[in-house]
Design a binder for this molecule. Structure first.
Ligand code: GUN
Length: 172
């Protein structure tokens, strides 16, 4: 890829295809609509800055829309409303779970449930390159946060996931 291949790829897509690609990266309609309307981008850096700026400007309900499209860490199956591309990305992002023991998996099930009943959304972590143990330790420590700071942390993790997905999915 050249330095600006991502911007060029997204600029060149038909609006519907570009929207779908963006939605696969971050399943928030307002974010995808606004980013689409900001085309054309003159560099990858501009596109990524714009993606971050829009994401940070959104409210809690828009953030939560994106969170609902992620399966739990440890779930093998994609969410029913997830696109195929997004489901495949989720699977590869969580590849650190492949080596997890039964005990670790069971602990994820228990703590994911505890997390969801405490905060009301799925535990999100930029999982690429992380081991199951690392993610489990993070889940444990994030359970101790207050709801406001945990919402901000989940939004930050979504921002990081989106950046990785944009770069990966837009490779022609
Ligand atoms: N972080 C990166 N991908 C995923 C995912 O599919 N689910 C959750 N819960 N977190 C993620």
């Amino acid at each position: 890829m050249t330095a600006d291949a991502l911007a060029q790829h997204i600029n060149a897509l038909a609006p519907q295809d570009a929207h779908q690609l963006l939605f696969d990266c971050c399943a928030c309609s307002q974010w995808a609509d606004s980013l689409l309307q900001s085309r054309p981008f003159d560099s990858d850096e501009r596109l990524l800055e714009c993606a971050d700026r829009i994401w940070k400007s959104l409210d809690e309900s828009a953030w939560r829309e994106a969170f609902t499209h992620h399966p739990r860490i440890g779930d093998q199956a994609p969410k029913p409303d997830q696109s195929q591309a997004s489901g495949e990305l989720s699977k590869s992002e969580q590849s650190g779970m492949a080596a997890a023991s039964e005990e670790t998996r069971a602990e994820f099930v228990r703590l994911n449930e505890e997390y969801e009943s405490r905060f009301g959304f799925v535990f999100l972590i930029c999982a690429s390159g992380k081991s199951a143990q690392e993610m489990l330790d993070t889940l444990r420590s994030r359970l101790n946060r207050d709801p406001e700071s945990e919402l901000a942390e989940a939004a930050e993790q979504q921002r990081l996931i989106t950046r990785l997905r944009l770069t990966k999915l837009a490779q022609p």
